[in-house]
Design a binder for this molecule. Sequence first.
Ligand SMILES: C[S@@+](CC[C@H](N)C(=O)[O-])C[C@H]1O[C@@H](n2cnc3c(N)ncnc32)[C@H](O)[C@@H]1O
Length: 205
Amino acid sequence: MTIPSTTHFDTAARDWDQRPTSLQLAAIPERLLAQLPLQASDHVLDFGAGTGLLSTAIAPHVTQVTALDMSAAMLQVLDEKGFANITTRQQDISAGLPGQYHAIVSCMAMHHVADTAALLHTFAAALHSGGRIALVDLYQEDGSFHGDAAANAAKGVQHFGFAPDSMRALAEQAGLVDIAFGEILRLQQHNGRAYPLFLMTGRKP
Ligand SMILES: C[S@@+](CC[C@H](N)C(=O)[O-])C[C@H]1O[C@@H](n2cnc3c(N)ncnc32)[C@H](O)[C@@H]1O
């Protein structure tokens, strides 16, 4: 069965980087990198990498980036960017992660995964000791960010953003420490409203 959100992202992939939302999200990688200590020898996982907003910014600073996404078309666009040290991997995160990483990053993908507790456990289990998370998503919103109910369903939206206290608790239950939150961007949407995005950072002891 093809799940609705895969169809949505496969269809949107070719024009993804030119969307007004993507043009605004382009400010995020530099801000995220300022809060994520990386070593040249690091291997980083980008969950829900899409066309590589984070992966392409991180790749010059590390030895390897694994860009994981369930949309083949999104990853095809990323592959065409020709980064030698970015490996794309098409799979659903619910199947688990294929390796161990020094950092796991993500931008605007967590709200597509129903079980956030399981997701954070998956991240924590796949981090080396001392490894870090740097995760960007929407603060809790009223469901209007992606459009109406039909749009939310078509795009596979599972959460209308996240409350920091709940996310912090889930991250700590997953065994992560030094959890910190901050607003990283305010996204102006077609409906005239601005939606704040958080960056959540943390570390595996
Ligand atoms: C809103 S896009 C964000 C893409 C990119 N990070 C960016 O900010 O431009 C969300 C991405 O997460 C991917 N995704 C959603 N659920 C997923 C899952 N369960 N496993 C793997 N990828 C998933 C989608 O295919 C999509 O490419």
